[in-house]
Design a protein around this ligand. Structure first.
Ligand code: AMP
Ligand code: TRP
Length: 332
């Protein structure tokens, strides 16, 4: 059976972009079509300035939201990255496989490092090496497929390069994975700035819909979305990014194509209204289930405990093999 692996960082509240770009597919497709491992990748949340109590809180919230979104612990493995030592163990070997120059070329690193420097913050070394840890997350499980949004393409490409390079140098250890994306909404844009990704670290961004936003907040954010000048509802990401984004969100909610939907609307107002209602309906069952799970943290903890035990058992032998292949003396 195909093995899939994906992860989500507890750096902020989960957004509609996370859900449409990644989480929904893990729940609707990947857990049925593959042996799916889904991880709350908490070590990745330490690559930027963080508050320990907040990371702890967001990690449990992310896990509850994954279950609320329909991930079934009987069908897939849900766990917290830091509960499985193998990720950090393998990451070091991959740091010895990667080159400094290729890390500095990563777009997300360049963007985040520039933003930190602009406000006089130092850049953590782990921000530079973070894609290597991500490669370790993936390669530790012999993963075939990595279901992610479009922003992760470059990191998965790096993962492939590292797997191939390691295998060539030290013998075949790693499966070379490939990224998969949803057909629509693989990159949901900020409603206030449709040329930037809708991202969860943007604090209380008025252009970011969070999965736990109440119906009024969702309506307000969607109704105030920046659209383009002009009147025609046309699906064109280049010339009409704001309208195209709304069409994609609506299309993803109602399982239609954005092109077909564009023909159905004569005004931006009507499009916004239907998009707002579609998002409210999309989130309603998820929020209800999340409220139940939030009231039962012991259940969530137990799911995470079982998930980590399974993940550990899968990763351990593979990472041990990599340690031997690279020339480290086995502990007897
Ligand atoms: P992150 O929030 O960066 O941990 O991302 C978790 C998953 O959500 C990854 O697969 C991302 O590609 C995906 N994702 C995050 N933001 C968006 C977005 N605005 N549109 C589509 N997918 C996204
Ligand atoms: N880097 C990913 C993001 O920012 C999160 C992530 C970490 C991930 N490890 C992963 C995604 C492994 C897929 C597979 O979204």
């Amino acid at each position: 059976m195909t093995r899939s692996f994906s992860g989500i960082k507890p750096t902020g509240h989960l957004t509609l972009g996370n859900y449409l770009g990644a989480v929904r597919r893990w729940a609707d497709v990947d857990q049925y079509a593959s042996d799916a491992l889904i991880s709350v990748v908490d070590l990745h949340a330490l690559t930027v300035e963080h508050d320990p109590a907040r990371v702890r809180r967001l990690s449990r919230q992310a896990a509850s939201l994954l279950l609320a979104a329909g991930l079934d612990p009987q069908r897939c493995t849900v766990f917290v990255q830091s509960h499985v030592d193998e990720h950090a163990r393998l990451s070091y070997l991959l740091e010895c496989t990667a080159a400094d120059g290729e890390m500095r070329r990563m777009i997300q690193y360049k963007e985040k490092a520039a933003r930190a420097q602009a406000v006089g913050e130092s850049v953590r070394l782990s921000l530079l090496t973070y894609p290597v840890l991500m490669a370790a997350d993936i390669l530790a499980y012999g993963t075939d497929e990595v279901p992610v949004g479009h922003d992760q393409v470059q990191h998965v490409e790096l993962t492939r390069d590292l797997a191939v390079r390691f295998n060539q140098r030290y013998g075949h250890v790693f499966t070379v994975p490939k990224a998969t994306h949803p057909r629509v909404a693989a990159r949901v844009m900020d409603l206030q700035d449709p040329t930037s990704k809708m991202g969860k670290s943007l604090g209380n961004g008025p252009g970011v819909v969070f999965l736990l936003d109440d119906a009024d907040a969702v309506r307000r954010k969607v109704m105030r979305a920046v659209t383009d000048s002009g009147q025609d509802v046309a699906y064109d990401r280049e010339s009409h990014p704001g309208v195209a984004n709304l069409l994609e969100v609506l299309a993803a909610c109602v399982h239609e194509s954005p092109q077909v939907l564009a023909d159905r609307y004569a005004s931006y107002g009507a499009l916004k209204k239907d998009t707002a209602e579609a998002v409210v309906e999309l989130l309603r069952p998820l929020q209800k289930r999340h409220a139940e799970l939030a009231a039962d943290p012991a259940y969530v903890d137990e799911v995470l405990r079982v998930g980590a035990a399974r993940a550990r058992a899968l990763a351990r032998p593979l990472v041990d093999r990599a340690y031997r292949a690279i020339g480290l003396l086995p502990a007897s």
